[in-house]
Design a protein around this ligand. Sequence first.
Ligand code: ADP
Length: 243
Amino acid sequence: MSVAVTIESVEKRFQNFPALRGVSLDIQPGELVALLGPSGSGKTTLLRVIAGLEQAERGRVLFGDIDTRDLSLRDRRIGFVFQHYALFKTMTVGENVAFGLKSRPRGERPEPAEIRRRVAELLELIQLPGLEKRYPSQLSGGQRQRVALARALAIEPRVLLLDEPFGALDAKVRKELRAWLRQLHQRTGHTTVFVTHDQEEALELADRVAILSDGRLEQVGSPDDVYDHPATPFVCEFLGDAN
Ligand code: ADP
């Protein structure tokens, strides 16, 4: 099977500031790649370029062999989860999860019974079965992020983009969710890009880690690889003295 996402020499500037300076990365189908780097290194910008929320000045992003510039935002079919729960507060859990399905164009919109079945199935998957009627305010932070993930999965995304999804949670919940996400990913096999500045999270969760600094990709490799063989002085310092 072809590469799921190809990022080719992407450059992105804000005014004159180069946020991405020629980033290239291939992501395989079903792979979970962590974008790791300090604050301001360009992680979120790269996610937003993949999602089509920012346009690169140079370079391009392909899904399979399709140039994403030829796809509308809807046709990109991106599942996005943000750090701060982006659940709709006035909608129930069920309505939140169903949102992406209900907003499909008429011909592609599933019947209400099918939507209910899909929502129930997704709530099973995130281990919150039967909570359709609850409101986000009645859930814990960790539960809300799981619902946000179910909402992202409901559209059967080509690519799942997770931007510091556990960043607002306390350390214990974060650790639990990390293990949980790893299992979920093994079961569902979505091509996933996970942004974090937490190296422990990246190394534990990812198939491959891509380390960014100042808009450049410093190194890409398996967690063991980047840890045991840091390719640049930056990576060595960033991953710490354990090396
Ligand atoms: P990270 O996610 O690694 O913290 P970002 O991708 O958010 O980094 O930001 C990379 C750089 O681009 C930062 O210096 C940031 O200030 C700048 N930047 C990001 N978005 C904008 C914007 N909309 N306007 C101006 N500068 C931006």
